[in-house]
Every structure is written in structure tokens, then in C-alpha cells.
Design a protein around this ligand. Sequence first.
Ligand SMILES: [Cu+2]
Length: 164
Amino acid sequence: MRAPFALIAPVAALLAPLALTACGDPAPTYIDQAWVRLSPSKDRPSAGYFVAHGGDTGTQLRGVITDYALKVDMHETVSKDGMTTMQAIDSVDIPAKGEVAFAPGGKHLMILGVNDTAISRGKMQFTFLLANGDRLLVDAVIRKPEGAAATAPAPAPAPGHDGH
Ligand SMILES: [Cu+2]
């Protein structure tokens, strides 16, 4: 009765590397095209935008934090009965191989108190917190109100939404 076991062992040794190759490295979720539209006034929030790309496995964006501002919230602009308002969102699905854009007129980051050093450097780093435990560090370009028209496709501010 030893023969079958002796046969299985070499087969398993052959299968193990094949299984690893078949799985490969799963494509991770990632964030790009991050930028901040700096508010013209320190008393009013700036807005942040980016595109989230789903990896092989879907996950959720649970929050965004930064060392370069006082507070970051995820918001969504919604139009209802001709009125444009915004509401806080706690979590955003990032579907497998899908794409979620935070863009003017839709979902956005609301950023309070952007740090002066970040402003003078023209960029700030955000940490995106995913439901799968990943933390994605992403640099966002800061566009100042005056320079926005020259460097950006000048997205129109959503009406009634505090300039973002
Ligand atoms: Cu907002």
C-alpha cells in the first residue's frame, strides 16, 4: 500500500509550482490622476479628485487621510428635483477591474485646511484606505485657483455646491 503515496508526492511537487504560476500576482487596486483644486479662501474647503482602478478583486474605499490638511471627507454631489446638494459618503465600491472617478460635479474629497508647505510645494500626499486593508499612498497635484484655467480643463463648479 505504499506505492500510491510514493506516486502522489512527486505529482504534488510538480503541481505546486504550476498552481503558483496560474495564480500569478493578483493585479492590485490603484489610484491615479489625483489633484486638488485649492479653494481661493482658507475658510472654505478645497476639493480633491482622482480615479480609482479596481484590481483582480473588488474592494471598497473606506476613507482618505493626509498629513497635509486638517480634515478630509468623501462627498457626493447629488441633483434632486432641480436642487444640487452634497452628502457625505462612508464607503465607495471599487469593482474588480472597474473604474471609479471622483470628478467635478460628482464624488469628491472635501479638504479642510490645506497645509501651507504643501501649497508652496504644489503637491500633497494622501493615504487611501481600502476595505481589504491596503493603504495606497498617492501624490496629488495642487492646482491653485488662478492657475487652474491654464493647467486644467477648467471643470465648471457645480452650482450651489460651494465651488466644487
Ligand atoms: Cu463637498
